[in-house]
Design a protein around this ligand. Structure first.
Ligand SMILES: Nc1nc2c(c(=O)[nH]1)N[C@H]1C(S)=C(S)[C@@H](COP(=O)(O)OP(=O)(O)OC[C@H]3O[C@@H](n4cnc5c(=O)[nH]c(N)nc54)[C@H](O)[C@@H]3O)O[C@H]1N2
Ligand SMILES: Nc1nc2c(c(=O)[nH]1)N[C@H]1C(S)=C(S)[C@@H](COP(=O)(O)OP(=O)(O)OC[C@H]3O[C@@H](n4cnc5c(=O)[nH]c(N)nc54)[C@H](O)[C@@H]3O)O[C@H]1N2
Ligand code: SF4
Ligand SMILES: [Mo]
Length: 693
């Protein structure tokens, strides 16, 4: 491999981007090679700790299977090497041909979680809009945006941060940060050391649950009922923050009326939680006011009533006065930077962005297209054909619901370009595969909203022929004729310099503070001085935005369908995607030191259930849903670890891809998010099936 290290031997302080926590790391370079990655104790995010994925970045960047040369699909389906210049020439010719035949909207770009949410994804977004297409997709169609919509509808502030460290009570709803977001778990445990309490609400006894002061074992999809029950108790007790509610909120009376039916007995019937626990939790909330944090995870997003369930949870913050206060839900001041996004420069809405019609709220709050609807467009079932797609940092064949459909859709394009470090299942479908640079091969800004801090990561090395994100979009835009206007910067350092201009923070400052620079001071209760960014300018217990759209303004609770009727064909409810510490979605299965920790995909089954259906530990079973079936090893767990009747499979395995079982229809009507947490399935023993044959 032709590596060229661009830093001196020694220790380089930079940021890890193996996940979105951006912890500070020290990269140890010796003899021009990275020999170790350790934690940077001067960095406020995780204060010198790191997780196994950070250490393993060395194995990732020097991996023998890394793509080093662009590949082109030949007529017989095999890949042949091609030079970068030739690949880009051919790709741009094809793009211009597609544009002429079908219009600019026929091309889309898609960024995944590996490069998501900031500068790297903004290049892709800028590119596609400057090209004249509204069709930008990202992991947002299945991650984070539903939460953003929920909190925006209630508070008007979309990017709120929970001040775990200073809270007296943290409530975790459907999230397991000890595994998924270790710095958050550390902050929670710091708060516990100061007397703070932790409540974990989950159908599974997770790492966070073990650390909790109160574990609430809840039936999936019923969190809304619990939140309503808590709201009812707090309102009835008269202990809510009356000043906040009276002065700064809207729709409280309607909210209060709706809460009325959520008696402890009704909530208990829905959630499976002992009715005595409801006053117990509510009293803890009252005692902790306003230092209370109610934090939701991905599970509440992957459900068909997800936004509404998260809205009522967000309303609890208003009742407790935990809005923009220390120890509560804080609205950090944003970093005033130049935006790469050029969406508003063009009349792109007239071109009917994909998903704009069926999920208008999602579009309104993201200015992004809905990737699951994108599959229909690729299959020729849209308003116009989607024939070209450039994917970077994503592996939708493993991460998006209804794999068969995703595979058919991607295969049906006329031009599929995939940028990745490895030849993934998604890359295998591509016409061109371009080797991508890892996070240690680029320099970018990392914003830590909750700390009001920004840091600049350092490029450590480069590999001949492997391009970073900026270079790729720059080179392609120049070939297509809009490079001068939209990608004029020679390299990423020039881009960063431009982005920083309005902020008053310079490149020099960021180089001087590799552990991060605080860009503003904290200020709380900003709502006392300025209206909130909601329709009414107030904290909305009832949403004027939803009412204006002809929707019910209260965050309605809809019981999950499995509670209404048991399905004899699919009696087990499958939860998917519980995170494992050594993997990030579809990544790192090819890294030995991580894979040896969890080498085999498994389905978690409760012991009593397993005994009832005669399944033994480590035997192969077949899991069947209405969408597909897969064979996987059974992991029989003790009864207390998962509710009976529920099973769990983590996503990201290509030898047991759980998204074969998930579906892309019946999505949350507000966010468009798919149901990946409440999937009706049945379990069949392979031996039984063999006998039947
Ligand atoms: N069933 C089920 N499915 C799920 C979930 C679930 O809970 N259940 N969770 C969903 C969620 S929340 C998310 S965010 C999505 C994520 O899904 P994706 O966005 O598809 O993310 P990854 O699977 O991590 O794919 C990232 C790809 O980027 C590559 N890569 C790594 N670093 C770089 C880089 O620096 N540059 C480039 N160009 N490529 C790079 C990796 O090799 C990998 O192939 O998965 C979702 N899928
Ligand atoms: N190691 C690692 N870390 C990651 C990732 C990764 O793939 N690997 N992915 C990253 C990404 S992009 C994301 S979005 C985050 C997600 O991180 P989290 O939001 O913390 O998600 P999980 O770790 O899957 O924890 C979700 C929990 O919700 C529970 N649950 C399922 N359904 C319900 C329900 O209806 N109600 C309640 N109350 N609980 C329910 C599950 O049992 C599970 O324990 O993790 C990030 N961090
Ligand atoms: S949690 Fe782990 S993978 Fe994520 S940024 Fe921190 S050290 Fe890196
Ligand atoms: Mo995610």
């Amino acid at each position: 491999m032709k590596h060229k290290t661009v830093v001196q031997d020694g220790v380089v302080q930079t940021c890890c981007r193996q996940c979105d926590m951006h912890c500070g790391v020290n990269v140890h370079v010796k003899g021009g090679k990275i020999i170790k990655i350790s934690g940077n104790s001067e960095h406020p995010e995780y204060q010198g700790r790191i997780c196994p994925k950070a250490t393993a970045a060395i194995d990732l960047v020097y991996h023998p299977d890394r793509l080093l040369q662009p590949l082109k699909k030949m007529p017989n389906g095999s890949f042949a090497e091609i030079s970068y210049q030739d690949a880009l020439d051919e790709i741009s010719d094809k793009i211009l041909g597609l544009k002429e035949k079908y219009g600019a909207g026929t091309l889309a770009t898609w960024t995944g979680e590996a490069i998501g949410f900031s500068q790297q994804e903004e290049y892709s977004r800028r590119f596609i809009h400057a090209f004249g297409s509204p069709n930008f997709f990202s992991a947002d169609s299945i991650c984070y945006r539903a939460r953003y919509i929920a909190t925006s509808l209630v508070q008007g502030y979309n990017n709120l941060h929970s001040d775990f460290e200073n809270s007296k009570l943290t409530m975790l709803w459907g999230t397991n940060p000890g595994i998924s977001k270790p710095p958050i778990m550390k902050s929670i445990s710091n708060a516990q050391k100061k007397g703070g309490k932790l409540i974990v609400i989950d159908p599974r006894y997770t790492y966070a649950a073990k650390k909790s002061d109160l574990f609430v074992k809840i039936r999936p999809g019923t969190d809304g009922a619990l939140a309503w029950g808590l709201a009812r108790f707090i309102i009835e007790s008269g202990c809510y923050d009356t000043e906040f509610v009276e002065k700064y909120s809207f729709g409280f009376e309607k909210f209060k009326d709706y809460a009325d039916k959520f008696t402890p007995e009704y909530v208990s019937r829905q959630t499976g939680v002992d009715s005595r626990k409801i006053p117990e939790i509510a009293k803890l909330m009252i005692q902790s006011m306003p230092r209370m944090v109610s934090y939701t995870g991905i599970s509440l997003e992957h459900q068909i009533n997800g936004v509404n369930n998260m809205r009522v949870i967000a309303c609890l913050g208003g009742l407790c006065g935990a809005v923009d206060v220390e120890g509560g839900e804080v609205w950090p001041k944003s970093f005033k930077r130049e935006k790469l996004d050029v969406y508003d420069d063009f009349p792109l809405k007239d071109q009917h962005p994909i998903g704009f019609e069926n999920y208008p709220v999602y579009f309104d709050f993201s200015k992004q297209c809905h990737s699951l609807t994108g599959m229909d467009y690729m299959l020729g079932k849209g308003e116009y054909p989607l024939k070209g797609l450039i994917i970077s940092g994503a592996n939708p064949v493993l991460t998006n619901p209804n794999v068969k459909k995703v595979t058919n859709a991607l295969a049906n394009t006329e031009l599929l370009v995939v940028r990745d470090l490895f030849l993934t299942k998604t890359a295998e479908l591509a016409d061109y595969v371009l080797p991508a640079a890892s996070f240690l091969e680029r320099s970018e800004l990392h914003t830590y909203g909750h700390l009001q801090m920004v840091a600049l990561s350092k490029k450590i090395f480069e590999i001949e022929g492997v391009k970073d994100e900026y270079s790729f979009w720059h080179d392609l835009a120049h070939r297509l004729g809009f490079g001068e206007a939209y990608f004029p910067w020679k390299n990423e350092e020039e881009v960063v310099d431009w982005i920083l201009k309005p902020s008053g923070v310079t490149l020099e400052t960021l180089k001087k503070y590799p552990q991060g620079y605080q860009y503003d001071s904290f200020e709380y209760k900003k709502y006392q001085k300025q209206p909130l960014h909601t329709k009414t300018g107030k904290f909305e217990f009832a949403s004027q935005y939803m009412a204006d759209r002809g929707c019910f303004e209260i965050p309605e609770y809809i019981p999950p369908s499995y509670l209404k009727k048991t399905d004899a064909e699919f009696p087990f409810i499958l939860i998917t995607g519980a995170r494992k510490s050594v993997y990030q979605h579809s990544r790192f299965r090819n890294i030995k030191r991580l894979n040896s920790v969890i080498p085999i995909p498994e389905v978690e089954i409760n012991r009593s259930d397993a005994e009832r259906i005669d399944v033994i530990d480590k035997e192969q079973v077949s899991i069947i849903s209405k969408t597909g079936s897969l064979v996987i090893q059974a992991d029989i767990v003790e009864d207390e670890n998962i509710l009976p009747g529920f099973i769990q499979i983590t996503h990201g395995w290509d030898n047991a891809n759980v998204n074969i079982l998930t579906d892309d229809s019946g999505n949350d009507p507000i966010s468009g998010f798919p149901n990946m947490k409440i999937v009706p399935t049945r379990i069949e023993r392979i031996k039984t099936m063999e006998k039947a044959n």
